[in-house]
Design a protein around this ligand. Structure first.
Ligand code: PEP
Ligand code: MN
Length: 360
């Protein structure tokens, strides 16, 4: 190898090795003077900074090359804490936030860190009667969150594409009366505002997992987001997508494993059970499993759901319908009410077993 090339490569390597990233948590009552002093200190060591303000905290993300003693920043007035984070994603990393995030949906419904939640409902919202039937299923099983699509990303433009906002309003009315929370997919930034008052969780689908404009916009809303893994997305890509939402101000994010595309054709997707265990290690955000899209075959939704719980999932979202054979979309992977009830009971048992095993 020519010496010049070798030198430039080693220099590049040395540079990446010395690149430092840090998260500085600011005190709520930090004064302008203290902020100025902190800025001066960071400018002094030539760190680039990004300010992030969320509903829960104020942070400065610093990136630079100089080695320095982090205590010299940690002791500054107005600084709550400082952490080095080597991952490309930062605010969603577990390296600085040891306690897992708990998402509070109100009315005593929590997700994450000891609060296991199940969410079920049809792939698509189809009719008032279908909504009522699903709500009955949820109430009979003490499930608090109903899923359903009103804007459907379909592979073919000729397939059913959802009832839209009118369908969502009808659903909201019935869910609210029953004390049930709503999770539904938002496909475009322009839909956020009109959907906002009728939903409890915005879902970002696999096809929009790296739609950075949508993620930026969801960072500015005061509702939680369930972010699905992209169809061929790596875990790093998923975590960096979540970082978009967090760094725009919304800390209330859940990550969802829903299967990835592989060379295997025997089922719809390859559900990546590894991802659940690995994500629980990498991030403080709750991790949700979607076995329905994960395998895409009704008969196997149950074993995959139970396995995902053992792997560490904080919740499971799955598709159910009173008559799956007649469902407008994804009937082949949808459970009927009896199958859904049985699965819910088995999931509760599996979760209890997992928690018991943690203590062994
Ligand atoms: C869905 O939840 O119905 C859906 C379309 O999921 P995904 O984005 O994972 O395909
Ligand atoms: Mn579906």
């Amino acid at each position: 190898m020519c010496l010049r090339v070798y030198e430039s490569q080693t220099r590049k390597h040395a540079n990446t090795q010395t690149r430092q990233k840090m998260i500085i948590q600011l005190k709520k009552d930090i004064t302008n003077g203290q902020l100025e002093q902190l800025k001066e200190k960071l400018d002094g060591i030539k760190y680039k900074t990004n300010r992030v303000d969320t509903q829960f905290g104020n942070y400065i993300i610093g990136v630079g090359k100089h080695e320095f003693d982090i205590r010299s920043i940690g002791i500054l007035d107005g600084v709550q804490d400082i952490h080095r984070v080597s991952d490309a994603y930062k605010l969603v990393s577990k390296k600085w936030k040891v306690n897992d995030t708990i998402i509070d949906l109100g009315d005593g419904v929590h997700i994450g860190s000891g609060h296991f939640q199940m969410m079920t409902g049809p792939c698509s919202i189809e009719s008032e009667e279908q909504i009522s039937n699903t709500i009955e299923l949820l109430k009979a099983n003490n499930i608090k969150i109903m899923r359903g699509g009103v804007y459907k990303p379909r592979s073919s433009p000729y397939s059913f594409r959802g009832l839209g906002l009118d369908g969502l309003k009808m659903w909201y009315q019935k869910a609210k009366e029953a004390g049930i929370k709503i999770i539904t997919e938002v496909m475009m930034t322009e839909q956020i505002e009109s959907m906002h008052d009728y939903i409890d969780i915005f879902q970002v689908g696999a096809r929009n997992s790296q739609n950075f404009n949508l993620l930026d916009a969801l960072g500015k809303v005061d509702k939680p987001v369930l972010l699905k893994r992209g169809i061929s997305g790596t875990l790093d890509e998923l975590l960096q997508a979540a970082e978009y939402i967090f760094s725009n101000g919304n800390e209330r994010i859940m990550l969802c494993e829903r299967g990835i595309r592989s060379y295997e054709k025997a089922y719809r997707n390859t559900f990546d059970i590894n991802a659940i265990a690995m994500l629980k290690e990498k991030t403080h955000l709750p991790v949700i499993a979607d076995p329905s899209h994960g395998i895409g075959v009704r008969k196997f939704v149950e074993p995959v759901a139970l396995a995902s719980i053992m792997a560490g999932a904080d919740g499971v979202i799955f598709e159910s319908h009173q008559t799956p054979e007649k469902a407008f979309s994804d009937g082949q992977q949808t459970l009927n009410n009896n199958e859904a009830t049985r699965l819910i009971q088995k999931m509760r048992k599996t979760y209890a077993l997992r928690e018991e095993m943690k203590r062994m």
